[in-house]
Write a protein of this length. Sequence first.
Length: 218
Amino acid sequence: MVNVIVLATGNENKVKEMRELLREFPVEIKSLGDYGPLPPVVEDGETFDDNAYKKAAHTARVLGLPALADDSGLVVEALDGRPGVHSARYAGENATDWDNCEKLLREMEGREDRRAHFECVLSLATPGGPALTYEGRCDGLITTRRHGESGFGYDPVFFYEPLGKTFAELSMEEKNRVSHRGRALAEFVSEFDKVLTWLEMRLMEEKPPKPDHSEFGI
């Protein structure tokens, strides 16, 4: 019986969210914080799928348990898909959300095509390597200035037409219903009974997982 899935994150809000979403299933959700410091993974993939899988597979291999990771970002049509996988550090390695938004607004000055979308990929990996992937997307437009105080990242400059507001003007409940991450999570949860079956089959086929501590030098 699969009874533990590790979220490859230290974000306790994501952990609480996942525990609530899966509260009716026979699974315990843990996070990186439950295991102490782990060797970092380099997120140098060319796609969100690449990075999500790298984080999930790395965590599963090190801990010997199934692991779930996500990667997401903003894709802007007029900027040839930028900032994309570099969304979090678009204005530099130590960039703040404000810095990233300012750089985006500068690059979008005078551009008529304001189309953009947020994209999220969830990857669930086993210690042996195979993974399941779920994707979510939300289309919108880049504004010419900030609107709203809620949310984070590029939310103040991402206008969601069906509700007539930026993500930073939506309540958390509204955003979770329509966001890229919310949609990916909804698909994942809707199929979770099948996910558990897949995990049980995979873990039976794989050798009993032995945690990989080689990156600790032991």
